[in-house]
Design a protein. Structure first.
Length: 157
């Protein structure tokens, strides 16, 4: 995952803090989603690397996330790039091709990272983007969602 993905996520989460009626009308639900995001990706990568899901570690990380305030959640999310680099930076092709059984039939670590971690991050990022759009943030476009940039201005004649 590229670092810009996590910078975009942090920007979107900050937008929720400042502008989202969703945050005002369902602050607990929005914060709960953001708290889950602090542990979902890194926790799943750790499980995939270990080849087993550590329920006690997940519960401990979940308790820590659930106790975090909004600023702590943002700081945690902003640290994800470094966490992923530390967790996967030295991973070899053979490591990614190694088979593990976590939540069903055996699959390669690379497949599980792509499906569970990358897929999960994309799904929740989309959910947050849709929250913002539903709250009137009409200036946001799919450029913001998928490329992490504002749409180019219209061509002038």
């Amino acid at each position: 995952m590229e670092q810009k993905d996590y910078r975009l996520a942090a920007i979107m989460y900050t937008d929720i803090a400042g502008f989202s009626r969703m945050m005002e009308s369902d602050e607990a639900g929005t914060l709960e989603l953001l708290r889950y995001l602090t542990l979902m990706g890194p926790g799943l990568v750790k499980a995939i690397k270990a080849g087993k899901f550590d329920v006690e570690a997940w519960q401990a990380d979940s308790a820590k996330a659930n106790a975090a305030d909004f600023d702590q959640v943002l700081a945690s999310l902003e640290s994800h790039s470094a966490q992923y680099a530390a967790l996967l930076g030295e991973y070899t092709e053979a490591d990614f091709q190694g088979q593990v059984s976590l939540f069903g039939p055996p699959a390669t670590r690379g497949r599980l990272i792509a499906e569970l971690v990358l897929g999960g991050c994309a799904a929740y990022r989309t959910q947050l983007f849709l929250y913002l759009k539903a709250c009137g943030r009409e200036e946001l476009s799919t450029y913001d969602l998928w490329q992490g940039i504002d749409a180019p201005p219209p061509a002038t004649v």
